[in-house]
Design a protein around this ligand. Structure first.
Ligand code: COA
Length: 111
C-alpha cells in the first residue's frame, strides 16, 4: 500500500480558470465541464489538481510511466470521487477530496 497527499492554495488557480489551453493540458473535458458547472469552479479545479498530485505521489514509486495528465478524477452518482488512469476506471486507487475557498486538499491510497 502507498499513500500520497497534496494541498494547494485556491488563489494560485485564479489566473488559470479562463486559460482554456492550460485547462485542456491539465484536465480532461469531463473534469473541466464538471468544475465549470459549479459556482465555486476554481475550488473544484484546484482540488482535482491536488488529487492528481496526491495520486501521482501514491503511484510514483511503483509506476514511472504515468504522468499527471494521465490521471483524472470524476465523481460517481453519489458524489464519491473515482480515479481514472489514461481514461480507464482504476479501482486500485482511492482518493478523498476536500475544499474551502482558501485551500484544497487530497489524499490518495494505492492498494
Ligand atoms: C459529502 C460531504 C461529506 C462533503 O463534505 P463538505 O464538508 O461539504 O465538503 P468538502 O469540501 O470537504 O468535500 C467535497 C468533496 O467531497 C467529495 N464527496 C462528495 N460526496 C462524497 C461521497 N459520497 N463519498 C466520498 N466523497 C464525497 C467530493 O470529492 C467533493 O468534491 P468535488 O465535488 O470537487 O468532487 C457532505 O456534504 C455531506 O453530505 N455530509 C453528510 C454527512 C453528515 O451528515 N455530516 C454531518 C456531521 S455528522
Amino acid at each position: 500500500m502507498n499513500i500520497g497527499i497534496d494541498i494547494e492554495e485556491v488563489k494560485r488557480f485564479n489566473k488559470y480558470v479562463k486559460n482554456k489551453s492550460w485547462l485542456k493540458r491539465v484536465f480532461t473535458e469531463e473534469e473541466i465541464s464538471y468544475s465549470l458547472s459549479k459556482k465555486n469552479a476554481i475550488e473544484h479545479l484546484a482540488v482535482r489538481f491536488a488529487a492528481k498530485e496526491a495520486i501521482w505521489k501514491a503511484l510514483s514509486t511503483r509506476n514511472k510511466q504515468i504522468i499527471i495528465t494521465d490521471i483524472s478524477v470524476m465523481n460517481t452518482k453519489n458524489g464519491k470521487p473515482q480515479v481514472y488512469i489514461k481514461n480507464k476506471k482504476c479501482n486500485k486507487i482511492d482518493v478523498s477530496l476536500s475544499h474551502t475557498n482558501k485551500y484544497v486538499a487530497a489524499v490518495a491510497i494505492f492498494f
